[in-house]
Write a protein that binds this ligand. Structure first.
Ligand SMILES: NC(=O)c1ccc[n+]([C@@H]2O[C@H](COP(=O)([O-])OP(=O)(O)OC[C@H]3O[C@@H](n4cnc5c(N)ncnc54)[C@H](OP(=O)(O)O)[C@@H]3O)[C@@H](O)[C@H]2O)c1
Length: 293
């Protein structure tokens, strides 16, 4: 298949490109310097020229706290740009795969969020991501909107945004005391496993629509930090705090576990155990250098 990947230099974009190459698909990998997804005319031009079977949007504005003070930037990239990509896909017949976030939920449930649960985004970032979902669904019939959570992939070692494991490992190396919230729970999602299941979704032509694809194992951010240090074999001074002791500019959902039941019912494999993902992550980050797409 011909595949366009937007956000090719992000951590998920890197995993998607690796997975597509492994499966023999033809890829046009577009990083920010080559194409700004907010430039709708350029997006349409490239999609018309390349005529992809699939367009995958892994580009995003992910600065959750900063979005509180620059909501326009978040809206431009996470929402309005998705309108342009979705419209261009509809125009050319490409199927669109777009990613969203567990942050669209308020976080007051006690069991994993399903696709039936009502989003109540608690922050400017979450509002922009929910608006992006709506644009994708409104402007393109052939679309998958996949909500993920706390993505970590080996490219996070080099990307501008980084990821949570890299933050913990850096602080451990600096021997800095690390305070992490114990009362917030999520399902951290391993990028390579997410990429493989994303391409399965497209190859198997499962019905279009909204899907959750979180890590499959819910865990508090504090316990996750402990697991990261353990998997890396590093000593780290990690202590548990409550969200009241660790205020942030943006509100986050306290409980944001995603249920993968709907996507698994369509034949997509369950996500691997978090411990296995972290073990593979530590192995890959030792071996891999950043790829120039
Ligand atoms: N990371 C997480 O914890 C997390 C959690 C939930 C959902 N998600 C979603 O999962 C998807 C993949 O995230 P990720 O972790 O791979 O994020 P990432 O590592 O931050 O990658 C995002 C990429 O998008 C690029 N980008 C930003 N603005 C752009 C623009 N205007 N035009 C073209 N490219 C642009 C970034 O380039 P620059 O680096 O140059 O800005 C970066 O390479 C996104 O939809 C994200 O919202 C991520």
């Amino acid at each position: 298949m011909r595949v366009i990947v937007f956000g090719a230099h992000g951590q998920l974009g890197s995993d998607l490109i690796r997975e597509c190459r492994k499966r023999g698909h033809n890829i046009l990998a577009l990083r920010r310097e080559k194409l700004d997804i907010a430039d709708a005319a350029a997006v349409l031009e490239i999609i018309e020229r390349y005529q992809p079977h699939w367009a995958i949007n892994a580009a995003a504005y992910n600065k959750v706290d900063l979005a509180e003070t620059e909501p326009e930037a978040a809206m431009r990239i996470n929402a309005v740009a998705v309108q342009g990509i979705a419209a261009a896909c509809a125009e050319t017949g490409a199927a669109l795969l777009h990613y969203s976030t567990d942050h669209v939920f308020r976080g007051d449930k006690k069991t994993p969020y399903t696709e039936q649960d009502r989003p109540q985004p608690p922050s400017a970032y979450a509002i922009s991501k929910l608006a992006g979902e709506l644009f994708a669904r409104a402007y393109c019939e052939k679309q998958y909107v996949v909500r993920v959570a706390g993505v970590f992939g080996p490219a996070g070692r080099y990307t501008n945004h980084g990821n949570f494991p890299e933050l913990i490992l850096r602080k451990a190396d600096e021997r800095t005391a690390i305070r992490i919230v114990k009362d917030f729970v999520a399902t951290p999602t391993y990028g390579p496993a997410l990429a493989a299941r994303s391409i399965d979704l497209l190859e198997k032509k499962i019905p279009y629509g909204l899907y959750h694809l979180g890590g499959g194992e819910e865990i508090s951010w504090h316990d996750y930090a402990l697991k990261i240090a353990e998997a890396a074999g590093k000593e780290a001074d990690i202590s548990a705090v409550t969200h009241r002791e660790y205020p942030t500019a943006a509100k986050r959902p306290r409980y944001a576990a995603l249920s993968n039941a709907k996507i698994e019912a369509q034949g997509i494999l369950p996500m691997p155990a978090l411990a296995d993902c972290l073990a593979e992550y530590m192995d890959l980050r030792k071996r891999e250098r950043p790829r120039r797409h």
